[in-house]
Design a protein around this ligand. Structure first.
Ligand code: LLP
Length: 425
């Protein structure tokens, strides 16, 4: 994490900005994203794909971090967007990502979302079922448009990741079985309003067990492309999905070069346009959640460090038993002796626990700590559970930082709610 360092005076810094300064300016909990890390990581991926002579485009998976400033920055560096909802499509457009660089994925696109995708004339819609193909055809025909559609197939491979985020097995809801793909692709080419453009796959997220599962999935995809072409069908593009894992602890994780190698070995000679849709690999390590200690509670059996951030801010530990590094921000705290404690939020559930038995020094109220690798699926998955406002977000760029999302106000939490008059009648 070259964008983070401990300064003996200023404490934990992101690039040239002390996290304590961000907390003082905008309060806690607050998300901070490193522009340098975002740029470097996107460039590393683009570089690895280029090195392998794949000419592949990177489409950032907006779900990982839909902040407009983040999308803007990535778009400026040539990233397209992979979106899964009207909101994400609008966010990508609002951030200046051209419609021609936007792919729409997801198993349940509504008619309104398909209409919007066609009205914006986005690059590609990834269809996930025969039923959806018919829907897209009907909408496109009614609008007098032609939808460029890729068929997302389910290669039935095990990406060996957490069950909640594996997506490429036959029991998962995603894509259509590879065996059914040729017939459906042929149907697509006969339907009005549809131009079959290619095939897509996404086998899961936080893939750390090497690139073997990718190779297997892409191998199946390459076979499919050959089968389709043998039937006289045109396949111009292959969408290789996302999922590249990152080391949250110190676990080994595959490199972009290894992923590029897997793509190259399987799909490299087909003469197709290639794209990848990473989210976490680009944004995860680039962000931290800065939070304050509310108090330390010395329970009978253990010490609890109670933070002002909670599972409504960062749900990953509660939802996936995910491990995130947690470090004190102040130099003295950073250097203090470690002892095991449970690091928890104030929400009324035992699941509101960021770490159990984690080595962390004794911390006075108001001490700052940073939860690491929180740039992907952090703010993106926040809720207002326990009527807690959504936290602020800050972008750091060298020695500058800017508020890129205001903390939600208490008023905003109540806004839009109505008590029917007849309750009081
Ligand atoms: N493309 C598609 C079609 C996807 O469904 C996803 C993620 C991605 C790309 C990006 O995957 P990535 O490169 O970020 O692994 N909330 C979970 C992760 C859910 C991922 C869902 N799909 C977590 O916090 O671990």
């Amino acid at each position: 994490r070259p964008h983070l360092r401990m300064d003996p005076l200023a404490g934990l810094m992101m690039e040239e900005v002390p996290l304590a300064r961000i907390a003082a300016a905008h309060g806690t909990p607050v998300w901070a994203y490193s522009a340098g890390a975002l740029r470097r990581r996107l460039a590393a991926l683009q570089g690895a794909l280029k090195e392998a002579r794949l000419g592949a485009q990177v489409h950032f998976a907006v779900k990982a971090n839909p902040n407009l400033a983040v999308l803007r920055l990535l778009g400026q560096q040539g990233a397209g967007a992979d979106v899964v909802s009207e909101g994400e499509l609008r966010a990508a457009r609002a951030a200046g990502i051209p419609a021609a660089h936007i792919v729409f994925s997801g198993v349940g696109k509504t008619l309104a979302e398909i209409r919007l995708a066609l009205a914006e004339d986005i690059q590609q819609i990834n269809a996930e079922s025969a039923e959806e193909v018919e829907m897209i055809s009907a909408v496109a025909t009614a609008m007098g448009r032609v939808a460029r559609v890729a068929l997302r197939v389910n290669p039935d491979v095990d990406a060996k990741t957490h069950a909640k985020i594996t997506t490429g097995k036959s029991e998962n809801k995603f894509g259509i079985a590879i065996g059914e793909a040729p017939a459906l692709y042929a149907r697509m080419s006969s339907l009005p309003g549809i131009q079959p453009i290619g095939v897509a796959v996404h086998i899961g997220s936080q893939i750390t067990a090497g690139v073997g599962a990718y190779r297997t999935a892409y191998g199946h995809l390459a076979d499919l492309v050959r089968t389709l072409r043998a039937q006289g069908l045109s396949v111009e593009r292959v969408d290789c999905g996302g999922g590249l894992g990152i080391p949250y602890r110190d676990e080994p994780a595959p490199s972009p070069a290894a992923l590029a190698g897997a793509i190259s070995a399987t799909l490299g000679n087909l003469g197709v346009e290639l794209m990848v849709e990473p989210g976490r690999w680009i944004a995860g390590p680039a962000g931290v959640l800065v939070t304050s200690v509310v108090l330390q509670k010395l329970g009978e059996a253990r010490r609890f460090v109670v933070l002002d951030a909670a599972m409504n801010d960062l749900v990953r530990p509660a939802m996936y038993e995910a491990w995130h590094g947690i470090v004190p921000v102040a130099p003295a705290d950073f250097a203090a002796p470690l002892a095991p404690a449970d690091i928890v939020g104030p929400i009324c559930e035992s699941g509101d626990t960021f770490a159990r038995g984690r080595g962390i020094p004794s911390l006075a109220p108001a001490s700052l700590v940073a939860i690491l690798d929180a740039g992907a699926y952090g703010a993106a998955m926040s809720s207002t559970y326990n009527s807690r406002p959504l936290a602020a977000e800050v972008l750091v760029d060298g020695d500058r930082f800017a508020l890129v999302r205001e903390r939600q106000t208490q008023e905003a939490l109540l806004a839009g709610q109505h008590v029917p008059e007849w309750l009081d009648a």
